[in-house]
Design a protein around this ligand. Sequence first.
Ligand SMILES: *[C@@H]1O[C@H](CO)[C@@H](O)[C@H](O)[C@H]1NC(C)=O
Ligand SMILES: *[C@@H]1O[C@H](CO)[C@@H](O)[C@H](O)[C@H]1NC(C)=O
Ligand SMILES: [Fe+2]
Length: 431
Amino acid sequence: MSPKLWLPVILVVVFAGATDVAGAYNRPPPQDTLIESLAGDSDPTTPQQVHISLAGENGIRISWITNTHTLPTVYYGISSGKYDHSANGTISSYEYLTYTSGEIHDVVIGPLDPNTIYYYCFALGTTHGYSFKTPPASFPIKFVISGDLGQTGWTKSTLEHISQTNYDVLLLPGDLSYADMLQPLWDSYGRLVEPLASQRTWMVTQGNHEVERIPAIHPSPLTAYNARWHMPFEESGSTSNLYYSFEVSGVHVIMLGSYTDFDSASDQYQWLEADLQKVDRNKTPWLVVLVHAPWYNTNYAHQDEKESVDMMESMEGLLYKARVDIVFAGHVHAYERFNRVYNQESDDCGPVHITIGDGGNREGLASKYKEPQPTISAFREASFGHGEFEVVNGSYALWSWHRNDDDESVQSDLVWIKSLVSNPACNKLVI
Ligand SMILES: *[C@@H]1O[C@H](CO)[C@@H](O)[C@H](O)[C@H]1NC(C)=O
Ligand SMILES: *[C@@H]1O[C@H](CO)[C@@H](O)[C@H](O)[C@H]1NC(C)=O
Ligand SMILES: [Fe+2]
């Protein structure tokens, strides 16, 4: 907590004029859901809403939807138009009130080589071809992070900026479609993100907008989310799609679930404890956690919710002992970066907490902050945008936040983060 220990841990890079630009920027009002993204293809056999995610070591899960029956088969290979491998998977669908989903196809392919472009399609001889790039086997790797995305014109700007970053893996800390029970909006969201999500792995966790529970009428929560966004929970020893972990290029990423049980007797807690124990910091020097409701937050929005307060009380100690480097959250529609903290105080061995719930949804921005800014809060601003987390090596990563000045992406916060395992004062306590 002493400044002389703290300084080498995070070197804040100051941008000339950054505060002036922030002050001059006129933040946009909320926007409604994009109407053009609602239209689907009229041919019911056309694959749509294609997205991919990491699935175990060297595997990738591919998901797509058709409005009529088609086979759950992926053809793939490393040359365009030459699909010399194939794999089969499963088909499912779900019902919600009067809505019945299309056929949700789910196929895991692999083993795949790292840092390689693969071409794929769902029927040989078709004109609908896709491609993706697998993440690198080792550093450097670039993650892009943006929560509370929605599907407005602001979302579109964020997605355009993200598509220009040459990222490897997208991390989404909850609140995807803002369908809010109107199921066709899950379909339009799937179509809106497909150009990006079919080319790079998208790893997500749930937010409150995914719950979609109606007491007595549709009592089970998270139906559409679980059916449409199957994450690698089986591969990580979890019994629920709502929390899981994965390893990529020397980073162990844990996705926690804010909208399922998290108390010390819960399955999630037991799973988290076991997962943290399995982390080998020689193999994955970086340890990163995502959650929806932020544990640290100086915005007036979403204060004192149990998903923040009670979950933090339950799990913060576990994360601290395990030397988690960073906790990313969403929920508050703004950007805020904290210094390393534990138990409400600066702590050199605690995680950096970052709220990045500013993807661009229709509810708009959360712009009222508690004053004065507490010293643990290093940077806060209510603007739409996205974050980039570039892990350079086992010791250093560059974190940057890019605000949407309407259509333009403006880098507005930039900081080097040093991993906790490379800090001798902290790594002796690693479990
Ligand atoms: C996939 O299923 C089809 C149809 O049942 C079958 O002909 C094919 O051999 C299967 N492919 C693989 C890779 O298992
Ligand atoms: C890690 O990257 C940083 C930033 O580029 C560099 O200064 C440092 O020497 C690198 N460390 C190792 C161990 O390669
Ligand atoms: Fe939320």
